[in-house]
Design a protein around this ligand. Sequence first.
Ligand SMILES: *Cc1c(COP(=O)(O)O)cnc(C)c1O
Length: 394
Amino acid sequence: MKLQDVFDSYKEYIMPTYTKVPLVFLKGKGSKLWDIHNQVFLDFFPGWGVGNLGHCHPKVMQAVRDQVSKLIFIPNNYYQIPQAKLAKELIYLTYPGKVFFCNSGAEANEGAIKFARKFGKGRYEIITFENSFHGRTLATLAATGQSKYKEGFQPLPEGFVCVKFNDIEKVKEAITDKTIAIMLELIQGEGGINIADKNFVLELKKLCDEKELLLIVDEVQTGIGRTGKLFCHQYYGINPDIMTLAKALGGGLPIAAMVVRKEIADTLGPGMHASTFGGGPVICKASLAVLAAIQKEGLLSNAKKMGEYLFAKLNSLKEKYQIIKEVRGLGLMIGIELSIEGKVIVEKCIQKGLLINCTHDKVLRLMPALNITKKDIDKAIGILDSVFSVTGNP
Ligand SMILES: *Cc1c(COP(=O)(O)O)cnc(C)c1O
């Protein structure tokens, strides 16, 4: 297919639900992408949070190749080995619990919501937070604390109460005798890289224990090493009752997981919840390769080190350019808040071969692969510098 044929086919045959960048990619390796003109791009937002290992990690490719030649799929009414291994590994790496496998972040969160309702035996209200994002299904939209995603889709399922982030008093005020859970991202990704205060999270945990509420932590974006620990909740020294994972878990293949604390995990019994494709053998093998690579290649310490390096570099850009208001984040999950809309900056970066993202209108989001190098960071900073030098001071 020629470039124009691709664009025409999308226009004619694919629903226009995404704001698209006019680039057609053919190949990826690590933090590099090649487009249809064989132009190279440096990817500082690989896979919208999926690419924690970069593109086409060799261990993931090998795992997929191995499994594809043996057994591609087996439904969940039978047993298979990759799923057993992956669940065991996830629990080993987190906290005593059990796993439900599915295919997307929204599906994992939907599962957590259903779990909470079943567990609640009549209590059904879930407290969520302003500027949160939990997915696009009706229930996860209802949980999401941003009205722009909800317009035109009402009525949404009831039972969600949205309060101010990082404000424990507002949470306390929102609790009723119908409340069953509190659901949050420890760093709000789509909401603009907003970090939950440590004290706030500790208070939430205490509140949940006191009132017998479930603490549901959505680690769909923060999980799998993104913040420099395998899971962001490890920074807070707490274990959630339910954690949801997706994005980077499959190394580029679609898999999600809901990890429930052991004591309550059997709340959902046979027939109560299901997902046909959930935890298929090929993807579970890929996920095992992801978790192994993160540990064997020292990617958590690299993410911390490179995160600090990138942070320092961005802060010196902040000194230089007035439009940069704040640089914030953890590990390699970084937001650059601007005083202007970030769209034009993103476009100019792309023209210079750097792929980044803008969220919440004014926040540039950088989430490079965990195996990013100093050299690539220097290159990205050089591009950002040159873009800001023409746009950076009003
Ligand atoms: C991306 C995201 C989701 C939704 O994941 P999908 O796989 O797109 O359904 C949910 N929660 C958070 C925090 C996310 O970043």
